[in-house]
Each structure stands twice: as structure tokens, then as C-alpha cells.
Ligand binder design. Structure first.
Ligand code: HEM
Length: 493
């Protein structure tokens, strides 16, 4: 069998007595070690969060071991979290083993080596924590596809309306102070958008039953954040004195659910009141219990969809907004030409915008919003990097750090640069398969049997729409990439 890379791949069953002979690459022992119990993990944890930070933590070990596959302790680790020992995968060739659910188990690894208390999800193991071998996986994923499908006709008009308010805010801010944040209002706009698109009801609308009001983003974040705080990397510049406190509060033990119980109840009440039609579908079409469907729906909408978009939209505006005015004029001309030719900003117009498409894929390549993926070897395996083959034993945990895999210099030229035209033309098209943000190649689709993000195509469309909305209104937009500060806008005349 040949892989997407053209190399021979054979994942053979191996035992101590019969060393594998079927890989064409030199067999190498996986470099790196875990150090002493607890102390090794603690040293790696300090380096990861505080002394080396990302991506240096990974790069330093890659250079030391001269390998893009090695052993290390991941975070959060002991004393409050399970076994941190992983084999990290940092290149485009080894990474896809994580997508092969016949070889790796995806049970309870959505957030890594630990999972948050399932009280955060009503006591249920929601879809992202299920392995496809579990019966519920296909039923819940089918329900998720249905939720996405039913949002169809609301997506374009709702995003247009919510973004128009953000753009008005940009213009007002610039006029008042000469500069403003390009990203600060996006969270509220995208939360209102996604909940309205999925349920038909704006969660902030006053006078509706169980409205979340203007606090909707805060309420949502308070429920969402504690689930991933154990792996949160603090920003640079934290005073040294605060480090022990932060470590103790968020990286040492799981955060108990009771702190956010009331916020979670408010969110569930809103969905119970306004998403009854979706819960009917879950019951009648998929045979799911109503309460389990509710908790999955809350998770898909607030955690998966909004949580992802809340990271991705700021990335998009900072990346595209800091390209040259010449490129932006070209992009804008493509957008406006397609809108005119297709009678408005509709799905057909988006298909006529190859440069917008490429710019979006490039943002997803260079800054994949969900940077980590995990999977436990279901059997003894051979994993290949570009240079060597490695034996992995059944039960060992594989982990991938996608921002490095997707900057693999063996696949992408100038991999650390944002090149919005990278995926144009025949040569560019060949690279699309190496965009992995959705937990799978961009050229493949999520199915009931795999773990690829069911929102993959929805999110790419949404991102294209966001870029097209910007350039249907503005000729140029100048954003400082590092700070996200908006410095100038020029309206289309
Ligand atoms: C899975 C990313 C939006 C629902 C995943 C995974 C990634 C991902 C990386 C795989 C996690 C793993 O198993 O290791 C993103 C990003 C998004 C986004 C970056 C936005 C920018 C959405 C949307 C939905 C969604 C809009 C739908 C409502 C899910 C679900 C899973 C998943 C339910 C689990 C799939 C399964 O178990 O087969 N997503 N996602 N995501 N995503 Fe998304």
C-alpha cells in the first residue's frame, strides 16, 4: 500500500520475538525519556509552561534528539492528572496515524491525557470523548450532522447581520480614537450567530425565556474554560511571584464542577427552552434520550463550534488583515467580482473565490485552532517519520502538536510564513491534503466512522464568508498581527 506521501507504509503487528522487517526506513528506537516518576514530569511541565514555552519546548527536544518523533511528558501530569507519558509526533508523515481509528483508540482523549469531570456534560460522555467503536458514536455524530444541516438557510443572513454590527463598531472606534481592537467584539457576535444558526433563537435577546442576556459570552466561557484550564498556556509576562499560585490553581488538580454549576444550568435551560425541535429529531431519528441529546447539543454548540470559532475568527482577521494592501485589493476584486457574477454573497459566489479559499486554508494551516490531538495505540505499531521508523507498543499514548506538523519544511516551502496564495494553482492544490486542522486531511470528509470534525466544511464556508464580508465592505484593512489592533480601514467606494 502507498501513503499520500508516496512512501510505502505497512503497519505490521510486532512482538518482541519478531522484529519488524517490513518498513523501508531504518528502524530507530524512539528517542527521549520520561525521567524519574513525578520529578521528570514536573521538570517537563515547568519547561513547557514557563521556561521554554511553545513551540520552543518541542523544537529544543526535536533538535536534541534529531527526530520529529520522541518521548516526553505532556501536561498537566501528576499529582492531579493521569500518566503524562506520550510519544509526540511533529511532522506530516507521522501525524496521520492519529486519524487512523483502526490503529489508535480515541476514547476519552479529546482534551489529552485527562478528561474533565463528566458533570460538566450532565454526567454523559459526549461525542468528542467517544471512540468510533462505541455504538453511541455514530448516533451522536449523525445527530450533529443533522444540527449542522438544519442551520443551512440561516447561516448567510445571520452571519451578515452579526458582522455588520462588528464592522460598524470598527468604524466608530477608529473615528473616535484612531485605533481599535479588530477582535474584541467578535466573541459576542459569533456566539449570537452560532446559537441563532443552530436553534433559531438569539441567546442574548431580552424577553425570551431563559435568555442569557448580554452576559452570554461570559456565562459560556465560565462553563467552557475550567474544562481546558489544566492545559492552558499562560501568556508571556506573568510576574514570577504568581507562577506557584497559577500552577496550584489550574495545572495541579482538575477544577471542580460546582464552581460553574449555575452557569451551566442557565445554558442548559436556554437550550431546553429553544432547541426542542432539535431534541425531537435526536429522539425520533437517532433514538437518543432527550437529556443526553441536550448535553451533546450544548457541547457541540458552545464548546466545539463557538469555542473553535472564537479562536479562529481572531486568527483570520489578524492574518488576512496584516497582508499587504496590494494583496487585499486583489482579494477584494475577486470577492466583489464573484458577488456581482452570482447575484449576491451566496454559496455560488463563495465557490468563485479561490484566493479567499486559499487564504482561509493557509490560516488554518499555520495556526490550527485546536493544536493537540491524542490517541492510544490499539496494537503494536510502526510509526514512520520522514527519516526513520519507530516501534510503538500497544497501549502507548501518541500525541500530535499540529502547528509544527503543518509547518513541516519537507512539505511546505517557507513554512513559517503566512502565504495566502499557497494553495492556488495545480501545485497549490496538491498541498491541500496536508492541511489537518479538522483532525483529518482537508481533502477528506468527516464520517460516522471516523473522528474528523463534523463541522469541517461548515467552518471553512464560514471562514470564507467572514473574509468575503470584510472585503465586500472594505477595500483595505490594516491590522497589527501581534496585538490585533485595527489601525485603518478604507471603505469600498
Ligand atoms: C472534533 C476542531 C468546529 C463539532 C474536532 C476535532 C478537532 C476539531 C481538531 C478532533 C478532536 C479529536 O478527536 O482529537 C474544530 C475547530 C472548529 C470546530 C477548530 C472551529 C473553528 C466545530 C463545529 C462543530 C464541531 C462547528 C459542530 C457543531 C465537533 C464534534 C467533534 C469534533 C462533535 C467530535 C467528532 C467525533 O467524535 O467524531 N473538532 N472544530 N466542531 N468537532 Fe470540531
Amino acid at each position: 500500500r502507498r501513503s499520500r506521501h508516496g512512501a510505502k507504509v505497512r503497519c505490521v503487528s510486532i512482538s518482541k520475538d519478531t522484529p519488524p522487517t517490513t518498513t523501508t526506513l531504518p528502524l530507530r528506537e524512539i528517542p527521549g525519556d520520561y525521567g524519574l516518576p513525578f520529578f521528570g514530569a514536573f521538570a517537563d511541565k515547568m519547561a513547557y509552561y514557563w521556561t521554554e514555552k511553545l513551540p520552543k519546548f518541542y523544537e529544543n527536544r526535536r533538535d536534541k534528539y534529531k527526530s520529529t518523533v520522541y518521548r516526553m511528558n505532556t501536561v498537566p501530569g501528576p499529582p492531579g492528572f493521569p500518566d503524562p507519558r506520550v510519544i509526540i509526533l511533529l511532522d506530516e508523515k507521522s501525524f496521520p496515524i492519529l486519524f487512523d481509528v483502526s490503529k489508535v483508540e480515541k476514547k476519552d482523549v479529546f482534551t489529552g491525557t485527562y478528561h474533565p469531570d463528566f458533570k460538566y456534560t450532565g454526567g454523559y460522555r459526549v461525542l468528542p470523548y467517544l471512540d468510533p467503536s462505541e455504538e453511541k458514536h455514530a448516533l451522536l455524530k449523525g445527530f450533529c450532522f443533522e444540527v449542522l444541516k438544519s442551520s443551512g438557510r440561516r447561516v448567510f443572513p445571520e452571519l451578515h447581520a452579526k458582522l455588520a454590527a462588528v464592522f460598524d463598531g470598527w468604524e466608530a472606534g477608529l473615528q473616535k480614537d484612531g485605533k481599535t481592537s479588530a477582535t474584541k467584539d467578535l466573541g459576542m457576535a459569533t456566539l449570537r450567530f452560532i446559537v441563532t444558526a443552530f436553534t433559531g433563537q438569539d441567546p442574548t435577546a431580552p424577553d425570551v425565556k431563559h435568555s442569557l442576556g448580554a452576559a452570554a459570552p461570559t456565562t459560556s466561557k465560565l462553563w467552557l474554560a475550567p474544562q481546558i484550564l489544566p492545559i492552558f498556556v499562560p501568556p508571556a509576562g506573568v510576574p514570577k511571584l504568581l507562577i506557584p499560585l497559577i500552577e496550584l490553581l489550574i495545572h495541579t488538580f482538575p477544577i471542580p464542577y460546582f464552581f460553574v454549576k449555575s452557569q451551566h444550568s442557565k445554558i442548559c435551560d436556554f437550550f431546553r427552552s429553544h432547541a426542542g425541535h432539535l431534541l425531537d429529531v435526536a429522539e425520533s431519528q437517532f433514538g437518543l434520550a432527550r437529556d443526553e441529546a441536550l448535553h451533546n447539543l450544548v457541547f457541540y454548540t458552545i464548546f466545539n463550534a463557538w469555542g473553535g470559532i472564537d479562536i479562529l475568527f481572531p486568527i483570520l482577521v489578524r492574518r488576512v488583515g496584516s497582508t499587504s494592501p496590494e494583496f487585499q485589493r486583489e482579494l477584494g476584486a475577486e470577492v466583489r467580482r464573484a458577488i456581482e457574477a452570482n447575484g449576491g454573497l451566496n454559496p455560488a459566489a463563495l465557490r468563485d473565490m479561490p484566493t479567499v479559499q486559499s487564504a482561509v486554508w493557509e490560516a488554518l494551516r499555520i495556526e490550527p485552532p485546536v493544536p493537540f490531538q491524542y490517541g492510544r495505540a490499539k496494537e503494536d505499531l510502526i510509526v514512520e517519520s520522514h527519516e526513520a521508523a519507530f516501534q510503538v507498543k500497544k497501549g502507548e499514548m501518541l500525541a500530535g502538536y499540529m502547528p509544527m506538523a503543518c509547518r513541516d519544511p519537507k512539505v511546505f516551502t517557507d513554512p513559517d510564513s503566512y502565504n495566502p496564495k499557497r494553495f492556488l494553482g495545480d501545485e497549490g492544490q496538491k498541498l491541500v491534503q496536508y492541511v489537518l486542522w479538522s483532525n483529518g486531511p482537508e481533502t477528506e470528509d468527516p464520517t460516522l466512522a471516523n473522528k474528523q470534525c463534523p463541522g469541517k466544511n461548515f467552518i471553512v464556508t464560514l471562514s470564507q464568508l467572514f473574509v468575503a464580508e470584510i472585503f465586500s465592505r472594505f477595500e483595505t484593512i490594516q491590522v497589527d498581527y501581534a496585538s490585533g489592533e485595527l489601525r485603518s480601514l478604507k471603505r469600498v467606494s
